[in-house]
Each structure stands twice: as C-alpha cells, then as structure tokens.
Design a protein around this ligand. Sequence first.
Ligand SMILES: C[S@@+](CC[C@H](N)C(=O)[O-])C[C@H]1O[C@@H](n2cnc3c(N)ncnc32)[C@H](O)[C@@H]1O
Length: 309
Amino acid sequence: MKRPRSSAKKGHSEDFFGDYRDFWWNESFLKLLARRLQLSQCHSLLDVGCGQCHWSKLLVNYLGAPEDEPTRVAGVDNDRKWAKGSPQLRAYFAEKEVAFELKKAEADNLPYEDATFDLVTCQTLLIHVSDPMAVIAEMKRVLRPGGTILCVEPNNLVQSLTRNSISSDDPIEQVLDHVKYALLFERGKKKLGQGDNSLGDLVPGMLAQAGFENIDVRLSDKAIAMYPPYDTPEQRATMRQWRHGDRWTSDGFSDYDYFKALGPDSLEFYETYVRQYAHLGERTERYIDANKYHSAGGAMMYVVSGVNE
Ligand SMILES: C[S@@+](CC[C@H](N)C(=O)[O-])C[C@H]1O[C@@H](n2cnc3c(N)ncnc32)[C@H](O)[C@@H]1O
C-alpha cells in the first residue's frame, strides 16, 4: 500500500482551523470561567501555539484594561504561516484597542523576559509537543508571580467510543478495531516525538509537578449535537469540517507514518483497517443525506488552571 499523500505545504493543523473552531465554546461557560479565574484582573495574555488565535480572540473579551496603557495580547507559534498572522486578525484586535503582536518561536523557548504576562495560556498545543513539561516550565517562567496559567487540552481517545445513530449497534469487534486504531495512532505519533493526543489527562499533575498552586480542573461543557436537518450555524460548520477537513497531518506526517513507526504488526493492522472500513465515510454520508444520522457530539476537553505562586 502506498503512503497516502499529505498536506505538507499547509500550516500546522490548517485542516482543523475552519469556522467550526469558532463554535468550540459556550459563551456562558467562558463567562463563568472568566469570573472564576478573575480574568478581569489580567491585562496581558500570551497564547502559546496560537495558530490563528481562535482562543485568544475569545479570551480577550474577558481581560481587564489598565488605566494608562492598552490591554496586551501576544501570540507565539513555530509555524511561519501562523506567526505572520493576517490583516483580519490584526484588525480584530485593533478594533478592541488591544495591543497585539505575533512572534515565531518554539514553545519551549519563548522570546520574552521572565515574569512578563498576567495570563499564559494554550489550547491544544501541549498535545503536539514532544516535551510538554519543558513547555509548561517555559510558560511558568514568563508568567508574573501570582499570574495564571490556563491549559486547554483534550483526551481525544474517548472520541473513538462515542456513538451515533448508525454505529450504536456495531459489532463489538468493530468498535474495538476503532479504539485500537485510535490508540495505535496516538502511540505512533508520540513515538515520533509529535506529542500525545490525549495528554489532557496528565496536565493537572504536570502543573503540580511544575510548582503551580491552586490547580483547578474543569471540563468544557461544549457538545455539538448533530441531528436532522443539521441547519444550525454550528451544525453547518461541523458538517463543512467533516466534508472538507483532511485526515490529521502534521509536518507532512500522516496516519500511515504513525503506524509504520510502531513496527510491521501495526502497519499491517493499519492496512487491513483502511481496507475493511473504507466504506464508513460513504455510509455516514448516505445516512446524513437520508436525515437518519444523529449524535450528541460530546468531547472531553480539560480546562486546567493554576497560579504561579
Ligand atoms: C492544534 S493547533 C492549535 C492552535 C490554537 N491554539 C487553537 O486552539 O486554535 C496547534 C498549534 O501549535 C503550534 N505548535 C506546535 N508545536 C509547537 C511548538 N513546539 N512551538 C510553538 N508552536 C507549536 C502549531 O503550529 C499550531 O498552530
């Protein structure tokens, strides 16, 4: 079997940056989170692994403004495309009179002095780095004493066990194949030094190990339920994501590479799996077209915060 084509020229995670990402949060949850974390006391924010700044674009609405200078938002990403930004992104922050800057840098070597920011945050970054503790230590370094770290990281494995109206009676062997695929995919990605896609489970312990205090662990309450006629804005965006989003690729790596990294048995499982379940995408499309697909759309996104005492 040939190595599937990958999207090497795209920015990191580009296939996952559609407007679908704008629906990742319930506003009422963010309001509550902002109150709990007293974000109005924070005047400067660093978004590490910012991508297109979907996360800081939301958080900025809850930050406070100091009297004599503008609120400050900085984004760092090691992908040149995201570190460059776009006129639309700059206009978004300019309209809010927020001082905004982007820098290209590695998350474990942030281009800022010690104790620079009130809030240092990341959303689905730690799951992509080989040494998350080194990144957390660096986030701590640039956080002022008393400042807040906020990490939003998932357990993605649970997705392989959520069901929908088509799959709910699938044979157990088939369900286990999907779980095994997800598990091997994650192990292979980790083996290649590209991070652990379910690292969210480990983030609270890592913050404790890094010396943070007052660690709070929450789960985002967002679920995007899909049911006919699939016509709410978030359902339409999710449908577009399913239809046009690529398989996961990163730096030119694809599922194939992750299975290959684990050895011949895993690669054989991959090749059999791809052949055996090739029809699943079409089956889902057919059910959607017939208005028979529905699912609660739950996910497991941890929201972990700590204070830099
Ligand atoms: C899944 S995306 C998340 C982007 C953004 N935080 C969001 O939630 O929309 C991961 C981002 O982390 C960046 N990234 C991955 N490894 C990095 C590293 N070692 N240093 C800096 N950025 C990194 C990628 O380029 C990508 O933009």
